[in-house]
Every structure is written in structure tokens, then in C-alpha cells.
Design a binder for this molecule. Structure first.
Ligand code: GLU
Length: 409
């Protein structure tokens, strides 16, 4: 394969879709040496096929707010690759959502899902709808309107959406209710459901737990354990929160975490129920500000800054969103002397920054497609439970998750 030629063709077909082109280029650069040892791949045009989404659905989502005003959003579902199972992947509701972001996430999901060893293809969907500041009733009406279109394209053996940024248990509930109404079917068509109606008990924390299990395997190579390590991270959503909880359980400390408004430095770590519960409350009240944590617990808050580059930690975990770490930040990270860079969010590092970090001899860089696969892995387990009409215990799910992350690593 000639990466440049493939990228030129792709750019012609998907002009201006920078996140999508970035994600493909990263994967092609990383596999080209092995791929090119297999002329049979070249002959069958495997790469040319795998970089093109199988299908893209786009639809209009009109809905009415509490004041009676009509809004029109765009909804989409990119069914990227169904070679090894029904399409699987989350739905993102965020103003930044566009087709480029959906394609990048669907492309990455294909590889991530395959890594779990479960039979799941890759997809992603979502809308440019912003749930911020919206009432429950508005969220419900939006989700219903979204499902009025989406239900045609999904099914337990066809495509099984889940949550992502802006889509959690509440949204999945509204979506599932509307799906049932439209189809008259009670089936495992969405994951991330509430436990009372078919959800997996560990799903909200699973991505974060999986990331820490992955980190644990990485540390084992150096004869180290999670106990005693200090972590700087970005994000404190479901994924970030799961990391904080598991790190605390295993005796480590998240001493820095960053949100949209700046970063927190808590030298004692985000430990114990009070702090962990406070983060849940803080996030539910206002997802854009983490400063209230500093006010409540009397720790430092650095406004408008990211915590990349701090020296008094052992591990960095970017767990917020794409392109959180650019080359400038990567240089600060490298200078800090910290050894472990564990990607957690989908594509949290720009390509030039990632290449730069990988070149640093003193550093270990772990890729997000493997690190965050535990979340979708547990979704795969939820699908299995729904097909069997069984409910597994948290211990059973956690055990499977742990095994999965051990194998991926
Ligand atoms: N949105 C999550 C991810 O990025 C979850 C997907 C799923 O559970 O289907 O993997």
C-alpha cells in the first residue's frame, strides 16, 4: 500500500473531513510495514475497502423545546464495518458533531471492537444537538425525534447503538422507550441500559475500569503496580470517573484532573466516596466547570489550563475528547520526564504529537483503541446477556472485563 496515494483518494471522496482523514492516516502509517509483507492483502484491496464506510444514514431531527420553539438538528449513523458482527458503537450528542467526527469514530470503533475478540462490527452515530441546559422533557422529546428516524436502521442482529459524549443512561432510556413504541419489540437493540431493563450493572464504569486494568498490565512489565502511582488526567465524565474510582480502589491516586474550565490539583488524590460522589453531583449540575471541586475540598484550581506537563505524577491519561494533546503539549509531556502516556479517549492525541511521543525513548505510549476497549467489551457482554435473557452479577462482568483487558494488552 502507498499511504500517500490512498490518503489522496480518500481526501477526494471525503473532502475537508479532517478528523476522519487523521484517524485513517494514523492507522495506515502504523500498519503499513506489516501489511506490505502480504501481497494477498494488496491484491484483494483490503485497505481500500476498510477505509470506506459501508453505509452512512443522515436524517433531520425536528423537535420542540419547552417554550414551544421548533429546533432542527442533524442526526446520523455511520455503519462503518460489519465484517465480524452487527454494527456496534455509541451515539454522541454534542454541538461539534459532524460527518467527519462520526466517520473517524466509526472507523476507530471497527478496530477497537475487533480487539475485544467479541463479534461486533464498528459504527457511530449522533447529532449536533447540545443537551447542555436542556430540561428532561426537552431531552426526551429530542431522543424520541431522533429514534423516529434511527429505528429503521438498527436491530439486535443489525446495529446496536450505545452511549458516548452527551448520551448516558437517561438518553438511552428515552431512546429505548421510543424504539419499543415504534417496533413493538423488547430486545437488546441498545446497550448502556438501566439494570432494571436489561442493562449491564458495570457498564457506566467499564471504560474507566478497563483503562486501569490495561495500565496495570503495562506497569507489570516494569515490576510495578497501581498501588502508590500518581495520575494526571483530563475528563471526569463516565470514563474519567471510572478511572478515578478504580485507581482509588487499587491504592493509586489521581492527583490532577482537567475539565473545560481548567485543572484541579488534589495532592491527596480523588479518593473516597465523598469526593467521588461530589464529582457526580458537580457534573450533573454543570458539566463545564470543575472548579467547584477545588472550592469544596480546599485544593488548587488553575484556570484555563491543561495539566499536561506536570512533573509530580507517574502516568498521564487523556480521557476527555479528540485532539486534547497537540504537539506543543506533547513537548511539555516529554520534558516532564513522566514515563507512561496511556491514551483513553478516542484519538486524544494529534498525529504529529503521537509520533513525537512514540519517538521518546524514555516513554511508554499506549494506544486508545486498545486502552478504552473495555467499555464496548462490556457492551458486548450486555448483548450476550440480552440474547440469553440472563442477568450477570457485577463480579462476573468485572471478571470478564479483566480477562479481556489482559488479552488485549
Ligand atoms: N462510545 C463508546 C466507545 O467509544 C461505547 C460504544 C459501545 O458501548 O457500543 O467505545
Amino acid at each position: 500500500m502507498e499511504v500517500q496515494k490512498i490518503m489522496q483518494d480518500l481526501e477526494r471522496k471525503h473532502p475537508g473531513e479532517s478528523e476522519f482523514l487523521q484517524a485513517v492516516s494514523e492507522v495506515l502509517e502504523s500498519i503499513k510495514d506489516v501489511y506490505n509483507q502480504h501481497p494477498e492483502f494488496e491484491k484483494a484491496k483490503i485497505v481500500e475497502r476498510i477505509v470506506e464506510p459501508e453505509r452512512v444514514h443522515m436524517f433531520r431531527v425536528p423537535w420542540v423545546d419547552d417554550n414551544g420553539e421548533v429546533h432542527v438538528n442533524i442526526g446520523s449513523r455511520v455503519q462503518f464495518n460489519g465484517a465480524i458482527g452487527p454494527y456496534k458503537g455509541g451515539l454522541r450528542f454534542h454541538p461539534s458533531v459532524n460527518l467527519s467526527i462520526m466517520k473517524f469514530l466509526g472507523f476507530e470503533q471497527t478496530f477497537k471492537n475487533a480487539l475485544t475478540t467479541l463479534p461486533m462490527g464498528g459504527a457511530k452515530g449522533g447529532s449536533d444537538f447540545s443537551p447542555r441546559g436542556r430540561s428532561d422533557a426537552e431531552i426526551m422529546r429530542f431522543c424520541q425525534a431522533f429514534m423516529d428516524e434511527l429505528y429503521r436502521y438498527i436491530g439486535p442482529d443489525e446495529d446496536v447503538p450505545a452511549g458516548d459524549i452527551g448520551v448516558g443512561g437517561r438518553e438511552i432510556g428515552y431512546l429505548f422507550g421510543q424504539y419499543k413504541k415504534l417496533t413493538h419489540r423488547y430486545e437488546g437493540v441498545l446497550t448502556g441500559k438501566g439494570i432494571e431493563w436489561g442493562g449491564s450493572i458495570l457498564r457506566p464504569e467499564a471504560t474507566g475500569f478497563g483503562a486501569v486494568y490495561y495500565l496495570r498490565e503495562v506497569l507489570k512489565h516494569d515490576g510495578k503496580e497501581v498501588k502508590g502511582i500518581r495520575v494526571a488526567m483530563s475528563g471526569y465524565g463516565n470514563v474519567g470517573w471510572g478511572i478515578m474510582k478504580k485507581i482509588d480502589e487499587l491504592g493509586g491516586k489521581v492527583t490532577y484532573f482537567a475539565g473545560p474550565d481548567g485543572y484541579i490539583h488534589d495532592p491527596d488524590g480523588v479518593c473516597g466516596e465523598e469526593k467521588l460522589n461530589f464529582i457526580l453531583e458537580m457534573r450533573a449540575k454543570d458539566p463545564m466547570h470543575c472548579k467547584p471541586y477545588a472550592d469544596k475540598f480546599g485544593v488548587d484550581f488553575v484556570e484555563g489550563q491543561k495539566c499536561w506537563g506536570v512533573k509530580d505524577v507517574d502516568v498521564y491519561m487523556p480521557a476527555a475528547t479528540q485532539n486534547d494533546v497537540n504537539l506543543e503539549w506533547a513537548k511539555k509531556i516529554a520534558e516532564s520526564g513522566v514515563k507512561y502516556y496511556i491514551e483513553v479517549a478516542n484519538m486524544p492525541t494529534t498525529n504529529d504529537a503521537l509520533n513525537f511521543l512514540r519517538e521518546q525513548k524514555h516513554m511508554i505510549v499506549a494506544p486508545s483503541k486498545a486502552v478504552n476497549a473495555g467499555g464496548v467489551g462490556v457492551s458486548g457482554l450486555e448483548m450476550a446477556q440480552n440474547s440469553e435473557r440472563l442477568v450477570w452479577t457485577a463480579e462476573e462482568v468485572d471478571h470478564q472485563l479483566h480477562k479481556m483487558m489482559e488479552n488485549i494488552h
